[in-house]
Design a protein around this ligand. Structure first.
Ligand code: GLY
Length: 377
């Protein structure tokens, strides 16, 4: 109920005045804004949150730096940035990368007012966020997300961390940024695979919590696909507002925030079985959502699966599961890793109706097998 009310308020505000910031109210008087503005506004946004011009640390990757670093440098006119460029890709979310960030930052001399600017996609955001959370027990963190997934999901809500040989995201903390500066025009140069990966999270946000966003995506899909600028801006702002409202209810994933994992338990199993890197995260989630929708239809006989499935099936996926040498047994087996993470019970996100997600641990093996069968189409 509360989610519905707060969502409606936030989303109405976003739609009325897209130039206004989207608040992330995480409770205890802590709040920050997501600004949908050109990158050139960064300096004034930093000063609005009382970060004074001086040294700052920029963490980015080689792809983003190659294309957008000059624009960022211009936006930081008056600052003294030291730029750390890391290799692009998931392997950068490692102990070794964090250590190299620590070494470089500590060698140059910083104080507790030195902001860390995460300029990149989800990997850079998680890694730079973790470094900011731990250096001097916490430096001001600023997200400047450059991928669709980061703009609508990972830069919002304070999850930071790195991977470990034992699994992904096993080391990290919740650490909220001072602000998020989102320039949707940066998405113009995003490779199509990464664009599709982000679309999976946008569709997920709509399916779990916002039927009006779903309707917007349905009627604007061709403009979404062609990245028409005004449509992209509306879509990003809307999806970011959905994420902000969910995080505001449950900052540390004690309950409600878990609905953001819709399609993810199935998706993680696909990534694990196909081998990390075979699918993008978004492709695995898109396939995982097919399974999760089928499960929802089995649990709720009035669930409008056709509507939801037709949008999910628009998300480009290079290799359907049916073209892969991946067995359902292996996928069922792989789901046990998520089961271990939640004390033995396999917790899945299902939809009662489009826009109404909940978490359940009451799923039979037969229901899971049927859900996997749906993902194979
Ligand atoms: N991406 C899921 C979450 O932030 O909770």
């Amino acid at each position: 109920m509360f989610l519905e009310r707060s969502l409606r308020r936030v989303v109405v505000a976003v739609m009325r005045e897209l130039s206004g910031p989207i608040p992330v109210n995480i409770g205890g008087g802590r709040s920050y804004n997501i600004h949908l503005v050109p990158l050139a506004r960064l300096d004034s946004l930093l000063r609005e949150v009382r970060l004074q011009r001086g040294p700052c640390v920029v963490v980015t990757d080689a792809n983003v730096a190659g294309r957008w670093l000059p624009q960022l440098a211009e936006a930081l006119d008056g600052w003294d940035p030291s730029v750390i460029v890391l290799p692009a890709g998931e392997q950068t979310k490692s102990h070794a990368s964090v250590r190299s960030v620590y070494d470089k930052v500590l060698a140059q001399g910083i104080d507790r007012q030195t902001p860390v600017i995460a300029f990149g996609g989800g990997v850079i955001g998680d890694l730079a966020g973790f470094a900011a959370a731990t250096l001097l027990r916490g430096l001001p963190l600023v997200h400047v997300p450059t991928s669709l997934i980061a703009q609508v999901d990972s830069a919002i809500g304070g999850k930071t961390g790195i991977n470990h040989a034992a699994g992904k995201n096993l080391i990290g903390s919740f650490y909220q940024p001072r602000l998020v500066c989102t320039d949707t025009s940066i998405l113009d140069t995003l490779p199509s695979l990464e664009w599709a990966s982000g679309l999976a999270e946008v569709v997920k946000h709509a399916l779990i919590a916002d039927t009006q966003l779903l309707a917007y995506l349905e009627r604007s899909w061709h403009k979404v696909q062609s990245r028409e600028p005004a449509t992209v801006r509306t879509m990003v702002g809307w999806a970011a507002a959905v994420k902000a409202a969910i995080v505001a209810e449950d900052e540390k994933e004690q309950g409600r925030r878990a609905i953001l994992n819709f399609g993810h338990t199935f998706g993680h199993a696909i990534e694990r079985v196909a081998g990390y890197g075979a699918y993008t995260h978004g492709e695995a989630v898109a396939l995982g959502m097919r399974a999760a929708l089928s499960l929802s239809a089995r649990l709720h006989k009035h669930f409008d699966m056709d509507r939801a499935m037709s949008l999910v099936c628009q998300i480009p996926v290079r290799y359907p599961l049916s073209s892969q040498p991946v067995s359902v047994d292996a996928l069922m087996d792989a789901m046990r890793y998520d089961k271990k993470a939640s004390r033995g019970a396999l917790r899945l996100v299902a939809l009662r109706a489009v826009g109404q997600a909940y978490v359940t641990d009451q799923v039979t093996r037969d229901a899971l097998l049927a859900a996997w069968a749906a993902a194979y189409h």
